[in-house]
Design a binder for this molecule. Sequence first.
Ligand code: ADP
Length: 445
Amino acid sequence: MLTKLLIANRGEIALRILRACKELDIPTVAVYSEADRELMHVKMADESICIGPADSSRSYLNIPAIISAMELSGADGVHPGYGFLAENADFAEQVEKSGFEFTGPSSEIIRTMGNKISAKKLAQKIGLPVVPGSSGPIGTNPKEEAKKIGYPIIIKAASGGGGRGMKVVNSESDLEESINITKTEAEIAFGDPTLYMEKFFASPRHIEVQVLADKFGKVLHLGERDCSLQRRHQKVIEEAPALGISDETKENIFEKCIEACKEINYVSAGTFEFLYEENKFYFIEMNTRIQVEHSVTESVTGFDLVKLQLRIARDEQLKIKQEDIKINGHAIECRINAEHHETFIPSPGKVIDYHAPGGIGVRIDSHLYNGYVVPPNYDSLIAKLIVSANDREDARVRLIRALEEMVVSGIDTNLEMHIELLKDKNFITGDFDISYLETRFKTAN
Ligand code: ADP
């Protein structure tokens, strides 16, 4: 059961979870760091507990502090949001062992999927097409392995995430050095130096499939998202549905994702991420949590994914049938960051004036308010602006209108970059891949 929920996150996602709890009449406990006393959801939650200093390793990543906060407050469930402990199997295990409800799949699944090597192996075993590459960690003869795959290859950290711990290698002469660099990076960033290699696709799109499963074996898909517009392997703009993929090709991959979930007894919301090139999907990883871009799926389907996650966590059966899930129109999301629109230098500080855009088809998920001080300690995401409309072109124009209406002063934001990108001729025609934003955007005009 789940009668009181602890929100183990901050910023827009914490507020998002709190809103879902209010609608489900679930009392909430906010935990926050010393830098986050003034966060909106901390003020709105039924209870709030400070769990440590600004440094996230001593607050939002501090498992004992969060478990203690659950015990102290009487919360019997936790929602980890995204980032921080959302895909930390040890945390999920601690929650399970304490007899509390973790909003997500079992710690066992998180552990398997959290390691990209074991996730790929499992994906392959259960019939998903995977990116060609080594079947395990890089062995004693990497040159031979790379030759077999064929250059260019990409070296990846098995425990990597957030676009870090990856290096493209174009030729054998760069291989050894690249392995050494990535190994050190992986050790420092993820505490695990294990690497693997796979084929590097030159111009794929990033297409992902949203799934939802209850504890009674029912699995649904909620269509796909295109998240190809990325900077440093991190998504900048996401949209649903994806352009130019036939219904048949889509249905085929949806079916495979559903079968995969059934095979591993998956529970809660999850995302299968694929690279898509020349009409073929290649599995890269599974995210066992709610994602930043879940909102575009909500906009086109009308379903509240966080509420459904919470319903699943409190042992409810999913009443929705697959045929009830229809994709209506088109939705696009912009990630608005506190950073300079050209240099991308983070810009923490006091928000002097904040005005959220509105009007038909406009949704803003943000924890900002006038006078709020964006702390320098965390991710720079300050708002997600999501619009929906009957078709992609209407959504695009509406999003530009909403971005132009939005005011955030006192700090730098990337609002201008988004406007420019949405007016870009390749964005308009949908002619872009994962490298477009970094390599051809602007010069393509
Ligand atoms: P993370 O867990 O850090 O997000 P992913 O494995 O999901 O890492 O990859 C993030 C992004 O990196 C992908 O969306 C894609 O842009 C790029 N990428 C990953 N693997 C490959 C590959 N084999 N070829 C080309 N690009 C890749």
